[in-house]
Design a protein around this ligand. Sequence first.
Ligand SMILES: Cc1cc2nc3c(=O)[nH]c(=O)nc-3n(C[C@H](O)[C@H](O)[C@H](O)COP(=O)(O)O)c2cc1C
Length: 238
Amino acid sequence: MPVTDTLSPPTATASVTDALHRRRSVRAFTDRPVDPAQLRDIFAAAQRAPSGGNLQPWQATVLTGAPWQAVQDAVATRIAMGREGYEPEYDIYPKGLTDPWESRRYGVGEALYASLGIPREDKPARLDQFRHNYRGFGAPVMLFLHCSRIMGPPQWSDMGMWLQSVMLLLVEHGLASCPQECWAMYGATVRRTLGLGDDQILFSGLAIGYADEGAAVNRWPVPRVELEDVIDWQGFGE
Ligand SMILES: Cc1cc2nc3c(=O)[nH]c(=O)nc-3n(C[C@H](O)[C@H](O)[C@H](O)COP(=O)(O)O)c2cc1C
């Protein structure tokens, strides 16, 4: 089964193919701060992302320091409420997800916990690791991606293209990231803390920083399905 490359050293990369292979979801960061001028260059380049009708529906709030800590604290209060604290923005996965997608989701989760040496039975350790999401895995910068609530599926796909553009550009600059839709579980709290109105909907977080190269959680091979499972060729070779 093809896999993404394990993490490569944070050297600048020039080719899109190289950046695609180097990018992976990084779940352990160093505390090295990120230069805001570099982020500005990245966002300026990501503005070249395409969007239907050139709507450019993506909007982002980028945090470090005290404002970032404030979001973590506000969400921690909701987490402490248990299920009562949930305020989901949208269904992260379709209800009743079936195969082949459910197996892919299950498989990547198992591989992630295996990389950390956490067995299935150790529910507290798994929960602890999951909760690490809400600290951005220690990233010094958090980006929250949101858009107007009036936007539909086509514009959400535009947000995805922007997000991938940002992630690849981060790789080019020697930085790492982890997209995090888990924040949508506490969407209203995040939006309130960011000062966003109810006319906005939160899509995802993006933890940004320098990868902890040695961390096992950043080094396991992430599987992908075979091309034949996703590409249907028609009319070629006739
Ligand atoms: C929009 C989006 C949201 C995601 N949300 C989370 C998340 O909340 N927590 C997490 O650990 N990974 C999250 N991921 C990472 C996926 O699990 C990951 O992209 C997938 O398993 C493929 O692995 P790779 O990114 O390392 O190639 C998200 C990815 C995307 C694209």
